[in-house]
Design a protein around this ligand. Sequence first.
Ligand code: ADP
Ligand code: ZN
Ligand code: ZN
Length: 722
Amino acid sequence: MIISVLVEVASQNIDRLFDYKVPNSLISKIKIGIRVIVPFGNRQVEGFIMKIKQTSEIEDLKDINNVVDEEVVLNEELLKLGKYMSRKYLTNLINCYQIMLPSALKAKNKTNINIKTEKYIILNKEISNIKTNPSQQKIIDILNKEKEVKKSLLNTISQSSLKTLLKNKIVKEIEKELYRLTNEIKTKPKSTLTADQEKVVAEVIKNKKLPQTYLLHGVTGSGKTEVYMEIIEKNLLNQKTALVLLPEISLTPQIVERFRERFGNKIAILHSGLNAGEKYDEWRRIRNEEVNIVIGARSAIFAPLKNIGVIIIDEEHSTTYKENANPHYHAVDIAIQRSQFHQSIIILGSATPSLESYARAQKKVYQLLELPNRIFNREMPKITIIDMNKKLKQKNSYFSDDLVTKMQKVLARDEQIILLLNRRGYASFITCFDCGHVEKCPKCEITLTYHKTSNNLRCHYCGYATKKSETCPTCHSLNFKKLGLGTEKIEEELNNLFSKYKIIRMDLDTTTKKGSHERIINDFKAKKYHILLGTQMISKGLDFDNVTLVGVINADTALNIPDFRSSEYTFSLLNQVSGRSGRGKKRGSVIIQTFNPDHYAIMFAKNNDFKGFYQQEMFIRGKLGYPPYYYLVSIKIMSASYDVAKEISNKISYILKEDLINSIILGPTIPNVFKINNIYRFNIIIKYKHELNLYPTLIKIKNHYKSNNKVKIDIDFNPIGL
Ligand code: ADP
Ligand code: ZN
Ligand code: ZN
């Protein structure tokens, strides 16, 4: 017997199969999709069995050393999916398989993952009339009722009776794998759907044309989660399974809890808070078909679930669904592949769908479903915009009087407040503290990024550079500086202004410990705090019915990040965070402080007008040639030598310009962080609508440099953040 093996060696040169012989002693264990240990050069490495065959063109094949798995780790579907990814993202096949598996299974980071087992007793099937004593009979009665019972438990009834039953083969012993996490189940009766929710569910269920992707556009608090659960339940009744993706599991414990309450322990939850062993346990529960629902973040899209009926991607616009490292996959692309294999449906849900998805729904590639109203027709919160240009001149505070007054009123009524300060815009940009002016690239409408070393402002898309002036070009103020304001600073001011009240801060610094998100959220829900202050972490998925005021300290941070999607991010963030207000019976309000009160993203957010925003933003994207009208590919050229990186970037840019006559080639440019760990990076962007030469050219470039170890080339299709 001969097998073809994909070895776990990460080198662009070795991304192909190698044949090995299987010694007779191992033949019975060989299966496609398990791992084996093989000699490779003078080492031993792990690899996946991809093919089993009888002959090989290669003579003098070496024997494999051993077999690693008893059961398949990459099933037929995942093997196929990896090949698709390798073609689509131009990455090594082995990398594609590695990211599908829990880290505990990776050869290079062997963690200690002892599998624990526990002995159970079951009845032997063919027991006829037997004579038993009372304690033996008691054991049999228990087993008749419970099917399988821990041996330790039955031993407490009568050790000798159990022994006799075992000896007479009336019962037998089995060993079961013990999982580290035990899920307590608290089931809760489900709510009756509203007519709007029913309509959406019925629309999905009656569809017989598979696969099908739906875009569920539902305002915050419209009951999308309830709709997901109903559709899942209908699938379970048909013996189908469900895969649910959430942007970040640790930030959304409330949603996970709702799924647990509804579906009990038939759920596997994959999240970053689990250690390697726990993740591996969850993965095995899925592989062993012990669960029929999987909930997880981006990488859960690779869960080895069989018979998938529905894939749900909640908050589908979230950038966390795009993998930043190689292979640069998008969870929605993978979902679409899997839905074709399983003939299943996909539901992409959001209050603020990405422009790409909404445009696809407009073109009927996705079917649009809408929940335009909040549950029980609860009102959307009232949103007020505060122009900080006027306020800041009056007094030196980050809080406007309007916000402070409103907060006092809400606190006096014993209701709670969420405050957002989005610090995500880390890239340093320069803004005028008097008029709010921000410098943008004249060609790309992208915020220019300040580079301290050269004291100039640069465009990260086209490379445009200009000297930073000392005064504001619009109002000539000297107050033209780098923007930097953190949650800690705000917390300080908050403590002075509201010393009587309890304030809790939730950001990266206060949530490093395992379970800290959950604790903050639970404490806030239990009203141990009056004010929750946080970064965009607090904008998603939280459902507190006593929160009637949301305040946004500064809506401009997201607006000024150097990215063509900055307006979209701003609209979406404001909409999401506003959606945390007034979710209960009392109507909520929102106060948004900004230096750009006339910006369309802020105006449409004020009116909760997604469609208006969509049209305006599409117009701008079309005019400037950005997605969804154009596709983008980003190529990063990385080298320890500045000269090599620069020279090769110029060469690649030249080849692209020669070969891709239907595309626009931007760059090479120097990105914001252009030197990381002493590696220099250059960036080239390809913009295109239809480009038949794209793949052949990129493959040519990749192959040309693949054995050049002075340079690394990273290709990212449809990049998020350049
Ligand atoms: P979304 O996911 O669209 O923000 P949710 O599913 O979280 O909305 O629903 C908002 C709130 O309304 C939640 O507290 C939820 O429990 C409640 N809810 C949703 N649907 C119903 C229903 N049919 N009956 C009663 N309560 C519901
Ligand atoms: Zn100014
Ligand atoms: Zn530019």
